[in-house]
Design a binder for this molecule. Sequence first.
Ligand code: THU
Length: 140
Amino acid sequence: MRLDKLNLNDNYRELIAQAREACFNAYAPYSGYPVGAAVLWDSGRITTGCNVENASYGLTVCAERNAVFQGAARGERKISALAVAVLNDKIPSPCGACRQVIREFCSDCDILLINSRGEIARTSLKTLLPDSFGPEFIGK
Ligand code: THU
């Protein structure tokens, strides 16, 4: 669905704008698949990230994890929502590793997925990662 057709609040519009902007800083010379992500924390702060690849391919870090770690490094601990944007016409989907990293900072949250045409899919962490393992399993 297009952005103007979804009834999104201002926070979510800003989150989407920042995720789309973050794509342009992606360092993706190997895959040619730039990704941008933006996390809205409970405090109201938004942190962003992009994918950063490496000639040693396995060291690549996804946009979502970079965006989450930017917030954690500023003392944020509770995710409210997350947006992921790509410069590709297919709606993206966070990889399994990123889903688990998001899970560390919330048991559920809204996730907005945006393609190059500005089309948006709205889902949730619980949908993407059902029956998940988290900090409370080990008493945290
Ligand atoms: N990538 C992300 O940044 N997020 C995802 O959810 C999926 C994959 C990146 C990793 C790599 O730089 C490129 O996309 C292709 O896999």
